[in-house]
Design a protein around this ligand. Structure first.
Ligand code: ZN
Length: 285
């Protein structure tokens, strides 16, 4: 009799736990009208996780290695192993390689890339994985608008019709994430003439609250023409501690400073999370 009672209690507590979990999951899926963008700490590389107001999720680039798994697990609920869309700004190792650890562990629905392919083992492996997993593939082109749901959209600003199909930096995918009055300009490794072209094409339309600084703060990116048109509230630099390239360059930091734009760096802060309610952005402490 005593044993039976104990059994009942165990069953009951399991049911209570299961209910609590379901409610927790429901609560977590409802973002209460908030868009969250996390610039993940992946060392020297880029990885940006977007959590749309309706719970749809996008991962833009995945850093140089499996470090992205740990950073992702810090911004995604532990039970969530689905990512709606992955995006590759360009096929360089410090942006692509982490996807090879993501794809075997997460169920991914779509893949958007710049249209510049590569003969590297990482690119070949990624394409093999997207094919095997029946992931819908899209080639980005200027003018496309990706509806993330919940009112958030992502505009493809580059590549254009005439962009390079061979040079990863010249054929860069540049995205502008928009939610209500707030926006994020996500530039990948944009630099030099391609950056000038973006400014020429868009002018003040690239005004954004957050600028993901091009090419880890390299001296060849983030010129006054870009800064003057984007006029961001914050500039985010995704960069590794004591990296071998000397990123970010002193001259780039000085250019940003002249515009009095606060800089947030992943080598100093770790993962940087910014939330938007559609009216204003907040950087999480
Ligand atoms: Zn890079």
């Amino acid at each position: 009799m005593f044993k039976k009672e104990k059994f009942k209690i165990i069953i009951l507590s399991l049911i209570v736990l299961a209910c609590a979990f379901v409610w927790y999951a429901v609560y977590r899926e409802d973002r209460h009208g908030v868009l969250t963008v996390s610039f993940l700490d992946v060392g020297q590389g880029d990885a940006i996780f977007i959590d749309a107001p309706n719970g749809n999720q996008v991962l833009i680039d995945a850093g140089p290695d499996k470090k992205v798994l740990r950073s992702l697990s810090e911004v995604m609920p532990f039970y969530d192993h689905e990512i709606d869309l992955i995006a590759l700004s360009h096929p360089h190792t410090d942006h692509i390689a982490g996807f090879l650890d993501i794809l075997p562990r997460y169920l991914v629905s779509g893949f958007i890339e710049s249209g510049v392919s590569a003969k590297t083992p990482e690119y070949i492996s990624l394409k093999k994985l997207t094919g095997e997993n029946n992931i819908k593939e899209i080639e980005a082109l200027r003018g496309m608008k990706i509806d993330l749901g919940g009112g958030a959209t992502m505009d493809v600003l580059l590549p254009g019709q005439n962009s390079s199909k061979d040079n990863p930096h010249e054929g860069m995918m540049v995205l502008r994430l928009v939610y209500g009055d707030t926006s994020f300009l996500l530039t990948g490794d944009l630099e030099n003439a391609t950056e000038d072209m973006l400014v020429y094409l868009e002018g003040e339309n690239i005004k954004s609250d957050v600028l993901k600084v091009g090419h880890h703060g390299s001296k060849n990116a983030t010129h006054p023409m870009l800064l003057g048109n984007v006029k961001p509230e914050y500039a985010v630099i995704s960069v590794g501690v004591k990296n071998m390239y000397g990123h970010p360059a002193t001259e780039t930091l000085e250019r940003i400073e002249k515009f009095e734009i606060p800089v947030l760096r992943t080598d100093e802060e770790g993962t940087i999370t910014i939330k938007s309610d559609g009216e204003k952005i907040i950087v999480l402490p």
